[in-house]
Design a protein around this ligand. Sequence first.
Ligand SMILES: [Zn+2]
Length: 340
Amino acid sequence: MPFADIIGHEREIEVLKRGILNNRVPHAFIFAGPSGVGKRTTAVAFAKALNCNRLSGDFCDECPDCLAIDNSLFVDVFLIEPKEPEYKGGAVDHVSGTIREEDITYIQQRLGYSSDKGNKKVSIIDGADKMNRFAQNKLLKTLEEPPLNSVIILISAHYTSLIPTVLSRCRRINFRPVRKDIISQYISDRLNISSGDADIIASLSSGSIGTALGMDREWTLNGRKQLIERFERLSIKNGDDILRFAEEVSKEEDIGDALEFLKIWYRDIALYLKGMGDMVINLDMLPFIKKHAQVFSFEKVFTGFTAIIEAQKDIAPPRYANKQLTMDNLFMKLLSQSQK
Ligand SMILES: [Zn+2]
């Protein structure tokens, strides 16, 4: 998997490649951007490109060095993260998920060994914003006097929580969510599914190829549609039906998805009412959306939308409201609004 196989971050990768080819790789980076968009994939790829013994400015993914990096067997490339369960380097706090001072000591020791093979030593800190203040101050010393031939890559979805002195010593590369059309094209080819289905999955992927590939397709495509259709068949005059539906939805493991589907359904109708039909996610239900848009006012749809968000918060920590009760109340509210 050379750089060209990383989808949607061509500009960012170009910067990294140029650094290698011009022999001007900064000592420290921060890969910033939302979770799941490919920061860690790119960081590991970059570590390979810095050490691949076949290619320059890219990596082959076949040579012993590339394969060793993939399998965490390459002694000069190492990754720490706050949630690693079996980590032996003293680098992990299982309880609070923080990266502590001793974790940075560990990194400093590993970066301090001189590599007998002349490798580039790469330390990746995923979830860098989980470093506590002591850890950050400790890291700062390494950033101020970086060991020879070493690169530190901080990965963070919340990089502004890092102290400014750390930030100022890192070259920031911003990763944005991958564009919907790019994800759609990619998964349509890769999974051999219709472009319509791929569009829906891409819309629900939050700009992450990994999320798009990992989705339960049957549930996302058919389960979503059936759920919305069943909800729409409910009548405010039949409280028993509503209660039964609430009971079923709250029993499901995927209650989070169910609420998300419903929220996106309301969002779609609201967008359509505002003349933004091209942003609709439930593309396979467009005729249904149009029909709704003729009957509903934007205000009503928006009130429904916010009620769904409120219900999502209610059943989540720290509120942990009773799921069935919350669903029943929500459905009653939504239906009484739309069916008066
Ligand atoms: Zn290689």
